[in-house]
Design a protein around this ligand. Sequence first.
Ligand SMILES: NC(=O)c1ccc[n+]([C@@H]2O[C@H](COP(=O)([O-])OP(=O)(O)OC[C@H]3O[C@@H](n4cnc5c(N)ncnc54)[C@H](OP(=O)(O)O)[C@@H]3O)[C@@H](O)[C@H]2O)c1
Length: 405
Amino acid sequence: MNRVLIIGAGGVGNVVAHKCAQVKRVFSDIWLASRTQAKCEQIRRDVRRITGRTLSIAQVDADNVAETVRLIRRVRPNLVINVALPYQDLSLMDACLATGVHYLDTANYEPRDEAKFCYKWQWAYRRRFTEAGLTALLGCGFDPGVTNVFCSHAATHLFDSIDTVDIVDANAGSHGHAFATNFNPEINIREITQRGKYFEKGKWVVIPAMSLHHSFHFPEGIGPKEIYLLYHEELESLARNIKGVKRLRFWMTFSENYLTHLRVLQNVGMTRIDPVTYQGRDIVPIQFLKALLPDPASLAKTYSGKTCIGCVIEGTRNGKRRTCFVYNICDHAACYREVNAQAISYTTGVPAMIGAMLMLTGQWLKPGVWNTEEFNPDPFMAALNTHGLPWKETLPKKGFTGFLR
Ligand SMILES: NC(=O)c1ccc[n+]([C@@H]2O[C@H](COP(=O)([O-])OP(=O)(O)OC[C@H]3O[C@@H](n4cnc5c(N)ncnc54)[C@H](OP(=O)(O)O)[C@@H]3O)[C@@H](O)[C@H]2O)c1
């Protein structure tokens, strides 16, 4: 029997709960705990209505290690799936070490007072997890997560050597609001207002935020979209794990409307992460902004259109140069019909369930702290096709990636 404890009852936690409930032979017992128990109750009602299975639920403050340890001792799970916020990563890893439980998350640790995400804090747990015989699987969402596995799949099956990877992430959907973010607004805005950064010839190159952009032609009817270079966390692990890679970049689509709102919010100080005093009390502007913006999960009902996330990979095979595009297309409305979610939550929650499934069945279990590209990509790629995120690989026509060179 396998028991999982999912922590975080937001947009992604909802999808993980539904997808685990769909795979009863692996996830025989599912617990969901979060800061606000009412959100767990709502997800429990939806999962019961759609799958007929009943989750156990609990309230927990995952910033509090002692409280989380008490919950883990009560539940006795085989695995903790962390889909709360990046701020909780280290306290949850500590709680897993204290209780002897495997760990999985979808986003790397970030300190609250500094908009800086990187793996150094979590990689520093490698020795402790190894000595405890426990596995910690980091960044097992779509990007990071699936994008890393697309790269290891390409390195295993499509290339003898990889020179460049360009990860492209398009949301060509429409939610009908003037401005909203597709996952937690505080985490999302902290990420995209950072300076751009990419890896080239063994070094990191830093550029002003949103200063490099191009048009990219996305497949399957999405068409041309403007993509902007961002720093994204999978670049850090891929730079270590793809041997001999010369360049790694990450690009995301933004509309003019989105960028205009973001610019105004930045200019007036609403994206600040330091406290300001207002009427005698300290408030953090970005947290206040989060309270004003739509809850990303609430966008799902009316969201239409598709996402496309994939890796454009260049390298050599049998002495010849080649370019491959490995990608997934996901439809917002189809996600809503299946699990009451929009595609951004869905494309994050499904890979988290798949990673958990591979850990619980022993296929992705080895003591230590790992990123997804460090495991055999084959069972993960196969599971994407059967659990809602089918992928394609194409050898694009000449000119397809012209600007990327
Ligand atoms: N890899 C990827 O592709 C990818 C893509 C998108 C998102 N993500 C990551 O997925 C995670 C979840 O995103 P989301 O959109 O679902 O966010 P969300 O809707 O804001 O949900 C976060 C949930 O965590 C709970 N939470 C926050 N602090 C907590 C604490 N101290 N103790 C217990 N629970 C706590 C929140 O509780 P309340 O309800 O009380 O606020 C909320 O239910 C984030 O880490 C995000 O960075 C990864």
